[in-house]
Design a protein around this ligand. Structure first.
Ligand SMILES: *Cc1c(COP(=O)(O)O)cnc(C)c1O
Length: 447
């Protein structure tokens, strides 16, 4: 069945983020029959530990009974309804919950159905706010180097990962790119505080020159995930919030990947005790069940759109499946789990186990950096530890490690030469050990 389904799949399906030719010889295409907890099962009795939470969405395991049951209940009542002119209980309740658990000053929820779309909403709302209050020139965005905010044209424009962006550059709006506060580049003899302050002064130079044209600054708080799990200090976020206030530009927090407990707090912004003007959430929002995203913002922003219809200040953005009740039910069930269990506390123990599981790698000559925030642990590989010289990407060590790990029943999908663990929070101690041992073995076997 594995082979037969693979063959049928390759006839008709164009997989995401794939050079399809790789599936001939370089990378297996694995048909999955079912999944439970952290385990994916194929048709031939093989299983794979989902160490990447199926692209970072699955936080409480596959086929989680609590979430599945809530969706099944919802299915018999209301599957979907147009959200213009109508509302429904799951979305009202979800909005109430989100406003309760996110940082203060986030008072209104606007929904879309994937992360990139939530980013588009934030960009349009930010610009439109300034337009509505009589500042039409504030129409530029500032992003950080190596950032990632999605693949639709607006989201891609404010991203900075060349692999995804370069090809489409002629199609993209121009943005201003500020140097990222990535700690990977911090000189050894500099303190974290000093480094953050230098990075903020570089940003302030840009703001000083451009703030009259700048609508918003967008950041992935604490971890640039698609950019290779690169991390910065919460202190930078504090300084960033201050700079945004000083220069009157919005702060958009893209917590699509880091939200819902991934970095050790429910939201990454909490670690800096800041509130953004917009917060985008998706991925873990539905526990990895159904596509849903939300852009939260303040009453202050909302009120700039609130007027008589004839003044044409309304936000006329929409998606067909906005606020889908089944997705809302999954999100409510996910938030219920956070409310009823000590997930954040238990994750502290698990994140320690994660780092212990790979402690033998610290001395490996090709391990140039090991970094961690909460339930994200990354191992960066390269030619040389001291100079942090990267491997030539053409060697594709990441793919070799990926293939090796699959033979050991682990799905570990590196980002280039960065191996990372971003497992569902329900992973147990034994499974964490398997992850660690597999990473160690794979690195020794493949490099
Ligand atoms: C995944 C991701 C997105 C895009 O979300 P999609 O649902 O894939 O469109 C945006 N920002 C960040 C930080 C992400 O990790």
């Amino acid at each position: 069945m594995n082979q037969a389904l693979k063959k049928r799949s390759l006839e008709v399906l164009w997989n995401p983020c794939s050079q399809m030719q790789d599936y001939e010889n370089n990378i297996p295409l694995i048909p999955i029959k079912k999944a439970k907890g952290v385990w994916l099962h194929d048709f031939e009795g093989n299983k794979y530990l989902d160490a990447v939470s199926s692209w970072w969405v699955n936080i409480f395991g596959h086929c989680n009974n609590d979430i599945s049951n809530k969706i099944k209940e919802q299915l018999d009542n209301l599957e979907h309804v147009i959200l213009a002119g109508f509302t429904h209980e799951p979305i009202v309740k979800l909005s109430e919950e989100l406003i309760k658990i996110t940082p203060k000053n986030l008072d209104k929820c606007f929904y879309a159905d994937n992360g990139s779309s939530a980013i588009e909403v934030a960009l349009k709302m930010s610009y439109h706010y300034w337009l509505n209050i009589g500042k039409p020139n504030k129409n530029k965005f500032i992003t950080f180097s190596n950032s990632y905010h999605g693949e639709t044209l607006g989201a891609l424009a404010i991203s900075d990962v060349d692999l995804y962006k370069k090809t489409y550059r002629p199609l993209l709006m121009e943005v201003i790119t500020a140097p990222s506060p990535d700690l990977f580049f911090k000189p050894y003899d500099q303190s974290v505080e000093e480094y953050c302050e230098i990075k903020i002064s570089e940003l302030e130079e840009i703001l000083e020159k451009n703030h009259k044209q700048v609508s918003a600054i967008i950041i992935e708080p604490l971890v640039q995930c698609a950019g290779g799990m690169r991390m910065h200090d919460p202190y930078f976020l504090k300084l960033l919030r201050k700079a945004c206030d000083k220069y009157q530009v919005h702060l958009i927090a893209d917590e699509i990947a880091v939200g819902f407990g991934r970095t050790g707090t429910l939201f990454a912004c909490e670690q800096a005790n800041i509130s953004p003007d917009f917060m985008c959430l998706s991925k873990g929002l539905t526990g990895g069940y159904l596509p849903l995203s939300v852009c939260l913002t303040s009453n202050n922003i909302y009120n700039a759109f609130y007027d008589e219809y004839k003044n044409l200040t309304a936000f006329l953005h929409s998606h067909s499946y906005t606020g889908n009740p089944l997705a809302c039910a999954a999100a409510l069930a996910t938030i219920d789990i956070f409310n009823n269990k000590n997930i954040i506390e238990e994750n502290q123990i698990k994140s320690k186990l994660l780092s212990e599981s790979i402690k033998d790698l610290y001395d490996h000559k090709n391990v140039i950096d090991i970094r961690q925030k909460g339930m994200i642990l990354a191992i960066e590989l390269g030619e040389d530890k001291v100079s942090k010289t990267p491997f030539d990407w053409k060697k594709r060590y990441g793919i070799k490690i990926y293939n090796y790990a699959l033979t050991k029943n682990v799905l570990m999908r590196p980002l280039g030469n960065i191996i990372y663990f971003m497992p569902p929070y329900i992973i147990n101690e034994e499974e964490i050990k398997l992850l660690g041992n597999t990473a160690i073995e794979a690195i020794h076997a493949c490099i």
